[in-house]
Design a protein around this ligand. Sequence first.
Ligand code: ADP
Length: 187
Amino acid sequence: MFGAPGSGKGTHGKALGAIPGFFHCACGDVFRSLRPETPLGKRFLEYSSRGQLVPDEATIELWRQCLDNSMKVGRFHPDADTLVLDGIPRNVAQSKILSDTLDVAAVFYLTTSKPEILVGRLQRRALKDNRLDDANLDVIRQRLKTYEKETKPVLNFYGKKLVHRINTDGAPVEIFSDILKQVVKLR
Ligand code: ADP
C-alpha cells in the first residue's frame, strides 16, 4: 500500500489483511507498539514528532523482528500468505535493502485529486487515535514534504509495471472494491 500520509493506506491495508491468505503489516503501528521509554521507542518519538523518517537500519531491523515474531507464532506463513505492507519501504534506500527479502507483486498507489483534504484528515486522526505526530500542523506539513521528497521516488524504483493507481476520491467501499479487483487480476 503506497500513498501520502492520510491517503488511506492503513484503512485499506487492514481490510485486505482481514482476508484469509493476506497478512497486513503497518510499519508505523510497529513503531507505535514500542514502549516510549525504550531506546528505539525514544528514537521513534524523536523522529516522528519532527515529521521525519526513522533511520533505515533501525527501521528495517525492527520490521524484520516483527515479521519473525509473526512467523514464530504462526500468524504469518510466508510460503502461503501475501504480505500487505504499509509504510515500508518508505524511501529508495529501504527498497534496495529489502530487494532480496521481498518479491513485490504490486504497488497500490492511493492518489487523490484533492490533496488538501489530507491535512484535515490527519488532524481528525490525531484526536481519534491519539497520535502526537498528527496533532501539530507544522509536523503534518513536514510529513507531507518528507513523503514528496523521500517516499515518492519509491514508485520509480518499482516501475510502471508494478504500480497500480487507485483513485481515492470516492467512498471507502468503492476504493476497496477497486483494490480487490486488481488483487483478483493478479492471482
Ligand atoms: P503515516 O500515516 O504518516 O503514513 P505511519 O503510521 O506510517 O504514518 O508512520 C508514522 C511515523 O513512523 C513516520 O512519520 C515515521 O517517523 C515513522 N515510520 C514509519 N514507517 C517508517 C519507515 N519505513 N521508515 C522510517 N520511518 C518510518
